[in-house]
Design a binder for this molecule. Structure first.
Ligand code: ASP
Ligand code: MG
Length: 436
């Protein structure tokens, strides 16, 4: 069996769903588990509903109704007025409404998961119904019956043995009946049957969980790009598609912010040597990118830009040297607050780290260590990571930038930069990146 994942952009409207069905027609005779995200930008829209509910600004219901209406519009475009899909979708939206009926509690993350999961539940119901209507026999599966997590809401940790047992018990009998299985990305459930989510953009990870647990032959992610590119085409000219990359390269790229695949996706696949194909839903005949075992490859420069970074310059209050016990404390704190340290460097009495700028967490960090350390923060920065760099690419990337922090380790160069506003990134030529 194979696992396919379709993201929100592929099912954002009626034409998108029709296109997905036409792609799946090509695989009629295969055993497929299909993972789908919420349609379009509905996860953001549901987040806005919850934020409004938390503020009690009186707009939550109106925002929620707009989401409902857009789904019903989509259903009206694809189904007859009396199709069962309308009540299936409505039932799911009603469950979301129960969340909004509760007073906002300090358990925001818990409420988030109960409400925001509605996006995937409705998209998967609509997709399953539409495939059946298009004569592609499909069963709907509740991913929460399979993906077991702890109760870290908004970032559920998968309980692997339980998830594997669930997957192996539930999915093969469904596939044996013939036809596809459609389920949700992004969601799981706790042992008390509360819904959890796996972190934003987590549907790729869901597909990888299913692939791992079911020993899939391969996994494919269908995207609006031709495959994995060596830089973000929205930021750079002359990008090139990589036909094949290793798991290792994919992990390094995604860890530093390449948004093409969720960073947690690779490990479960690598551990079972399951190849991952990144394919275009716009050009399904295109070859895409294959991500598979770690053969030595030669790569062009690969550039990853992570925006919204901050530098924390941390120094000891009493001018004592920054010693290992200081670092142990600082890293312990960073781990507790889930600050992801992207780069670091120390001098005699100071220590600098580059972290994503998540204001509430950084503020807490600064307060919590203030008894021993003074922390100065610089924000509005970008982290550039260049794998397989050459001097020409580096020189080009530095144009229009003030480099605050730079480090080279083997084939990876990283720099934290501030943009000098007059220079447009798109004018930068990364042609030094042409594959040899
Ligand atoms: N719908 C979720 C999100 O937008 C999960 C995903 O699309 O991967 O974050
Ligand atoms: Mg997505």
């Amino acid at each position: 069996m194979k696992v396919f994942k379709f993201g929100g952009a592929s099912v954002k409207d009626a034409a998108g769903l029709q296109n997905v069905a036409s792609i799946l027609k090509r695989f009629q005779d295969e055993q497929l588990v299909i993972i789908v995200s919420a349609m379009g930008k509905n996860t953001n829209a549901l987040e806005a509903v919850l934020a409004s509910h938390a503020k009690q600004d009186g707009k939550a219901q109106e925002l929620y109704d707009a989401i409902k209406e857009s789904h019903y519009d989509l259903c009206r475009a694809l189904f007859d007025a009396n199709d069962e899909v309308f009540s299936a979708v409505n039932d799911t939206f009603v469950e979301g409404e129960w969340v909004l009926e509760e007073a906002p509690s300090d358990n925001y993350d818990y409420m988030y998961d109960q409400l925001v999961s509605v996006g995937e539940l409705v998209s998967s119901k609509i997709l399953a119904a539409y495939l059946n209507k298009a004569s592609l026999k499909t069963q709907w599966l509740d991913a929460r019956d399979v993906v077991a997590t702890d109760n870290t809401y908004r970032e559920g940790w998968v309980i692997w043995d339980k998830t594997k047992a669930n997957a192996q018990r539930i999915v093969p009998p469904m596939l044996a009946q013939g036809g596809f299985v459609v389920t949700q990305g992004f969601i799981g459930s706790t042992s008390e049957n509360f819904t959890t989510t796996l972190g934003r953009e987590g549907s790729d990870y869901s597909a990888s969980i299913f692939s791992h647990c079911l020993d899939a032959e391969s996994m494919s992610i269908w995207k609006d790009v031709p495959g994995v590119l060596n830089a973000d085409p929205r930021l750079f000219e002359h990008v090139i598609k990589l036909d094949r990359i290793s798991y290792r390269e994919a992990i390094e790229m995604t860890y530093y912010g390449a948004s093409v695949i969720h960073p947690k996706t690779i490990k479960p696949l690598q551990n079972k040597n399951i190849p991952l194909y990144v394919k275009s839903f716009i050009d399904p005949d295109g070859v895409g990118t294959e991500i598979s075992s770690d053969n030595e490859e030669t790569y062009p420069p690969i550039i990853v830009v992570e925006k919204n970074q901050a530098l924390l310059h941390i120094s000891t209050l009493d001018y004592s040297f920054v010693a290992e016990h200081h670092m142990a404390r600082l890293f312990g704190k960073a781990a507790d607050l889930r600050l992801f340290v992207n780069m670091m460097q120390n001098t005699a009495i100071s220590f600098t780290i580059c972290v994503p700028n998540i204001p509430d967490r950084l503020q807490k960090f600064i307060e919590d260590v203030s008894d021993e350390f003074k922390v100065k923060m610089e924000s509005g920065l970008e982290l550039l990571t260049i794998r397989h760099y050459n001097e020409e690419t580096i020189a080009n990337l530095k144009k229009g930038k003030m480099v605050l922090f730079e480090e080279r380790i083997r084939n990876t160069l990283q720099m934290v930069v501030r943009n000098i506003p007059a220079v447009e990134r798109r004018e930068v030529d990364i042609a030094g990146s042409k594959a040899s």
